[in-house]
Write a protein that binds this ligand. Structure first.
Ligand SMILES: Cc1cc2nc3c(=O)[nH]c(=O)nc-3n(C[C@H](O)[C@H](O)[C@H](O)COP(=O)(O)OP(=O)(O)OC[C@H]3O[C@@H](n4cnc5c(N)ncnc54)[C@H](O)[C@@H]3O)c2cc1C
Length: 430
């Protein structure tokens, strides 16, 4: 029996792939709902998403959608929706090609020319701060206006607290980027063409719901794992329902603090490192407003220090969710947001939405999420050892985005389905 602990997208997709490989698997999820941070619901007659608002139709995502028979549920954003940057009093369209960039008002002429010097800059040093790396390559203005808000926003982190070797290096390797980031873009015709954003008719929750349906009785909700112990060459998995499940293999697909607690009795060194990983708080406030706003949404330039708002998604435009906007506040650069109560957070979201877009809005929902920071606290994670028969997975272990989650699930299921016997192996994040 293989036990997967945690029914977020990582655990569900791993369980699904193991089931497809013919393994005897059960996924245990502490809450009464599958999906973890992926959550959709209807509030005041409007469909809201609290975790990811959208996915990109990458090949891995498409494969899963097809395997689950969800093709007819997919909604795709209209083509050519713009992303904007808020800077100096207004929203400015973010260019997606070098030609558009030349004519754009998002940064000054001086900032654009400085950016072109990137082709002459040296390659990434794993020890340098991500902020220093981007500033050295593209200049301060481009970093503070575009690159920092976009990259930091993926983790709700401050790139000054992140190190190239602990986070960015994975993307550089994946996209086979050597010394210059700009040259490969120029060779591709100077245009970025990401797959279109997509979601599902009933929101992103449709994906974990379909995985849960496919897993059937192999998914058990409202069952938290409280303790793991080695027992006769296997693992004794103790649950909140008082059961003990014997497992030949356990996959920990929980947030880092829970993985740390479960590892602590038999892998204390690994547990200590995992337990020291930082998470950033993020306020997610859904607003409703009647606007003429066009596009995917916007990010706020780092220079706009008086705003606690870091960006917003225009759900209205993306997937036709009339009058719905999602505002993001806080993260590592705005720790004061953690101190606000829900009423104040909602009030600040409305204030900053008006300042950035010019439109009045009303609060639909106030929520708080926590995101793995992928900052300097990741330094000790590169070579931790966990005993054979235990695998670790999740958005703090390898790439946090949904494509990364699905890739990890597929690789892990292949490995676990053909796992050898006992022993101790080294395990490190990818
Ligand atoms: C606000 C927000 C916006 C995002 N936007 C995007 C986006 O636009 N695009 C994108 O690609 N990605 C996005 N992401 C990232 C992506 O959604 C997450 O990285 C991913 O969903 C995390 O999945 P997970 O399964 O690793 O972790 P989680 O979703 O955290 O799942 C862990 C699960 O473990 C369960 N658990 C905890 N303790 C126990 C226990 N003791 N026993 C059993 N179960 C337990 C939890 O209840 C939870 O269900 C976003 C994330 C957030 C928070």
């Amino acid at each position: 029996m293989i036990v997967v602990v945690g029914g977020g997208i990582t655990g569900l997709a791993t369980g699904f792939e193991l089931q497809r490989a013919g393994a005897d698997v059960v996924v245990l999820e502490a809450s009464d709902r599958p999906g973890g941070v992926i959550r959709s619901d209807v509030v005041d007659g409007r469909l809201l998403d609290w975790g990811p608002q959208r996915a990109r139709m990458t090949p891995g995502f498409r494969r899963l959608v097809e395997a689950l028979g969800l093709e007819d549920e997919v909604v795709t954003a209209p083509p050519d929706l713009d992303l904007h940057i808020y800077r100096d009093g207004r929203l400015r369209r973010l260019p997606f090609s070098m030609a558009e960039f030349a004519g754009s008002d998002v940064v000054s002429l001086r900032g654009k020319l400085r950016g072109l010097l990137e082709v002459l800059s040296s390659r990434a040093d794993p020890d340098e701060a991500v902020s220093d790396f981007f500033t050295r390559k593209f200049g301060k203005e481009l970093y503070e206006t575009i690159i920092g808000p976009l990259y930091g926003g993926l983790y709700a982190s401050d790139p000054a607290d992140m190190r190239v070797g602990l986070s960015l290096i994975h993307a550089l390797r994946e996209f086979r980027i050597g010394r210059s980031l700009l040259l490969p873009l120029l060779r591709r015709g100077g245009r970025i063409n990401p797959p279109p954003p997509c979601s599902f008719r009933d929101g992103m929750q449709a994906l974990p719901d379909a995985l849960a349906h496919a897993l059937g009785r192999r998914l058990r909700t409202s069952v938290a794992v409280d303790e793991l112990q080695r027992a006769h060459g296997e693992w004794a998995v103790r649950t909140s329902t008082g059961e003990t499940i014997q497992a030949s293999h356990v996959v920990l697909a929980t947030p880092a603090p829970v993985a740390s607690k479960l590892l602590s009795s038999f892998a204390p060194a690994a547990a200590a490192v995992i337990g020291s990983l930082r998470y950033n708080g993020l306020g997610v406030v859904h607003l409703t407003a009647e606007t003429e706003l066009r596009g995917i949404g916007f990010k706020v330039a780092f220079s706009e220090r008086e705003l606690a708002l870091t960006g917003a998604t225009f759900n209205d435009q993306l997937f036709g969710r009339r009058g719905v906007y999602t505002a993001y506040l806080g993260g590592a650069r705005h720790p004061e947001v953690d101190e606000m109560d829900d009423q104040e957070l909602g009030r600040v979201a409305v204030r900053d939405f008006r300042r950035t877009t010019g439109y009045d809005a009303r609060v639909l929902s106030v929520a708080r999420e926590r995101m793995p920071a992928w900052d300097v606290s990741w330094a000790g994670l590169s070579d931790i050892a966990v005993p054979q028969g235990i695998d670790v997975a999740g958005n703090w272990w390898s790439r946090p985005g949904l494509p990364g989650r699905l890739a990890e699930a597929t690789q892990l299921a292949k490995k676990v389905a053909h796992a050898p016997g006992d022993g101790v192996v080294s395990s490190s994040p990818s």
